[in-house]
Design a protein around this ligand. Structure first.
Ligand code: NOJ
Length: 541
């Protein structure tokens, strides 16, 4: 396997919220082309585009109607081909999102199955009433939906209009090879596989009396063989970069899937580090992060990935997460410092860093004032569930404000105009009212968060220890994380203070770094003994 992706910084675009160029209030692919020069300036190597295929938008495109199409609201094949060609000029590859666990119920296959076509009925998971289980959908409520036409239920682990596919059917897997080939022929250089490890449904469906059902369908043993088969038929080559989105996985599985010897993905996203601020497994809670738990967890993931030759995709932001600077930092008092400290953390860990649109200027949660401002099904459905279960409307809104996926789906703020330079008409979802965090200001200020990201991405190419080095924790507690990355004769010590207090380093650490050179620092100085609030320093020793 080609390991060049270890040197990459990958940038995620959520097309619907990135840049509108045809004044319909939705972002589009032309908008991505328009902003390529800025992304090239940032230094990224690949763009992962969230889905832009034909879709009824129940889940913003993750409900795919046709895998080999472009929804007219985003553009057409002419624009797409131009995007691939333009990006190539900047040495930027295009990665597409493959949502293969489910299709929309408007997909032709599902529609055919409704008409009684047996071939396509076997593409999905249909059960009679007495066979269905108590499994829950990840978006709340039952994972089974009744269908009058067939007097049967179909499985949907996500939105009721996202029907799970039957991967046991070889014809379904052939369809995926065909889709991959189609996009590779269009010059696509990478694929992100949406919730790929929940495709392994069991042979026997049974109730789950201790959980929501996930233990029966997550990380099944067939996945490795299936993916190899799909790639072989698609004619994959070494240069294709793949990233798996792994739902509730284990370290061992993540490393097995990404091991270059027999693995199936270049790298994998896991979400355990972003669940540290859940209370008793409940996402809809508002609490402070326990940094000690966070560091314990990412330390273990990095150590074991190295031992087991796996590779992680690291991120604190994406289209399913609230803005990290609002969640883990302090945007009011330490906006620049906390945004850049979180960036240094993500980019210096052992793995490939992902940047989600707007994080490179430190975008914050939009703090919508009413539940009616939210579009996301998961958020609005959980709001209902919370209120039905006795949470006050005010507290329910607080939880949604803090954790909703729409926090990151608010349009990218390019400037300080009413619609943020995203569009000249009212966008499909509200723009962040705080005009002060916008791209144009960031570009014009040499000391902005943007330039810290640019530096981190450049450093990755200059210091092999960042992309290829070993990892060792030197110290962590609930305020600081100090670790080492080493490659051949270079050693980097990364020191990150995630607290709002000054932090005096121990004598051992001082001794370790005393003759080093600072290669990254989000403050103008560092005296080798004390870290300021949210200070993040990388010292080459
Ligand atoms: C994970 C995607 O990231 C998320 O946005 C989507 O809702 C689910 N998978 C279902 O496709």
């Amino acid at each position: 396997m080609n390991s060049k992706f270890k040197e990459y910084a990958i940038y995620q675009i959520y097309p619907k919220s990135f840049q509108d160029t045809n004044s319909d209030g939705f972002g589009d692919l032309e908008g991505v082309i328009k902003r390529l020069p800025l992304l090239a300036k940032l230094g990224i190597d690949m763009i992962w585009l969230s889905p832009f295929y034909k879709s009824h938008q129940y889940d913003n495109g993750y409900d795919v109607d046709d895998y080999k199409s472009i929804d007219p609201r985003y553009g057409d094949f002419e624009v797409f081909d131009r995007l691939v060609a333009e990006a190539k000029k900047y040495n930027i590859g295009i990665m597409l999102d493959m949502v293969f666990n489910h299709t929309s119920i408007h997909h032709e296959w599902f529609q055919e199955s409704l008409k009684g076509n047996k071939k396509y009925q076997d593409y999905y998971i249909w059960k009679d009433e007495e066979e269905i289980t108590n499994w829950e959908s990840k978006f709340g409520g039952s994972a089974w939906e009744y269908c009058e036409e067939l007097d049967k239920y179909y499985l949907h682990l996500y939105h009721p209009n996202q029907a799970d596919l039957n991967w046991k059917n070889p014809q379904v897997r052939n369809e995926f090879s065909d889709v991959l080939r189609f996009w590779m022929d269009k010059g696509v250089k990478g694929f992100r596989f949406d919730v790929i490890n929940v495709t392994t449904k069991p042979d026997v469906y049974e109730d789950d009396h201790i959980g929501d059902g996930r233990r029966f369908y997550t990380d099944g043993p067939q996945l490795m063989g299936w993916m190899h088969e799909i790639y072989d038929k698609a004619g994959f080559d070494e240069s294709i970069v793949t990233v798996a989105e792994l739902s509730s996985t284990s370290i061992e599985n993540s490393n097995k899937y990404t091991n270059p010897k027999n693995g199936i993905f270049s790298m994998a996203f896991n979400f355990h580090h972003l669940k540290v601020d859940y209370v008793d497994g409940n996402k809809w809670t508002v609490t402070d992060m326990d940094w000690n738990d966070f560091f314990t967890l990412i330390d273990e993931w990095q150590r074991k990935a190295e031992e087991q030759d796996g590779w992680s995709a690291w991120f604190l932001n994406n289209h399913d997460q609230p803005r990290a600077v609002s969640r883990f930092g302090n945007p009011e008092k330490y906006h620049y410092e906390s945004a850049t400290a979180l960036a240094t953390l993500t980019h210096l860990m052992r793995g490939t860093p992902y940047v989600y649109q707007g994080e490179e200027i430190g975008m914050t949660n939009p703090d919508y004032e009413s539940i009616d401002d939210y579009e996301d099904y998961e958020s609005t459905n959980y709001y209902k569930i919370l209120v039905e279960n006795g949470t006050s409307e005010e507290d329910a809104l607080k939880a949604i404000n803090f954790k909703s996926r729409d926090n990151s789906r608010a349009p990218l703020r390019w400037d300080d105009s009413e619609y943020g330079g995203f569009s000249d008409v009212e966008p499909w979802i509200g723009v962040n009212k705080d005009k002060s965090i916008n791209y144009m200001d960031a570009i014009n200020d040499k000391h902005s968060v943007f330039y810290h990201y640019q530096d981190l991405i450049r450093l990755r190419k200059e210091h092999k220890a960042i992309a290829y080095g070993s990892y060792k924790s030197l110290y962590f507690d609930d305020k600081v994380y100090i670790f080492e990355r080493a490659y051949e004769d270079e050693k980097l010590v990364v020191l990150i203070n995630v607290s709002e207090e000054e932090y005096e380093l121990s004598d051992t650490i001082k001794e370790t770094i005393k003759d080093g050179n600072i290669i990254s620092n989000n403050y103008s100085n560092f005296n080798f003994s004390k870290l300021a609030p949210y200070q993040a320093v990388v010292v080459s020793i």
